[in-house]
Design a protein around this ligand. Structure first.
Ligand code: ZN
Length: 163
């Protein structure tokens, strides 16, 4: 994705208040991010344990989603899969995140939920953690495909939040 400034990130949120967006904590390594290697920017708030954020690149510019992790976790012995990057994980590494829907629906308490890597680092994971069943194929092709699919699924989540 294209590099964003802190201001662009804070202005991009569609499902939280301006105050929340101004108060959120950016990723610790924000200044050193390799934007070209990201399909989306996802991170957990270093100062608010259950809060996380996803910022997507769309035709209309960057769009940010504020999400909240469930405070219960699955067992380490459960097999789970992230619904964004489709990397197989143990249950404790995946969290149910809910996003308040945009606009009036969100103000009425409507949310959309998705099981996602607990650290929201799906963008790195599509490149570094190739599932066993894809390891026989050309790695460059596999990464390109996983990366495109991650963007499509994230866009689908965004569409559900905005619907
Ligand atoms: Zn993931």
């Amino acid at each position: 994705m294209q590099a964003l400034t802190e201001r662009q990130v804070r202005r991009s949120f569609v499902n939280c208040s301006r105050g929340e967006a101004d108060g959120l904590t950016l990723p610790r390594d924000f200044a050193a991010l390799d934007w070209a290697a990201l399909d989306l920017l996802g991170w957990r708030d270093p100062k608010a344990p259950l809060r996380g954020y996803l910022v997507l690149e769309t035709d209309g510019g960057p769009v940010g989603l504020s999400v909240r992790a469930a405070d219960t976790r699955m067992s380490v012995r459960t097999a789970a899969m992230c619904q964004l990057c489709e990397t197989p994980r143990t249950g404790d590494a995946v969290s149910l995140f809910t996003a308040r829907r945009a606009g009036e629906a969100g103000r009425n308490g409507n949310t959309v939920g998705l099981y996602v890597c607990a650290d929201l680092a799906c963008s790195a994971r599509v490149r570094t953690e190739i599932p066993p069943w894809l390891r026989e194929r050309d790695p460059v092709e596999v990464v390109a495909e996983r990366s495109a699919e991650l963007r499509t699924r994230a866009q689908g989540f965004l569409d559900a939040v905005r619907r």
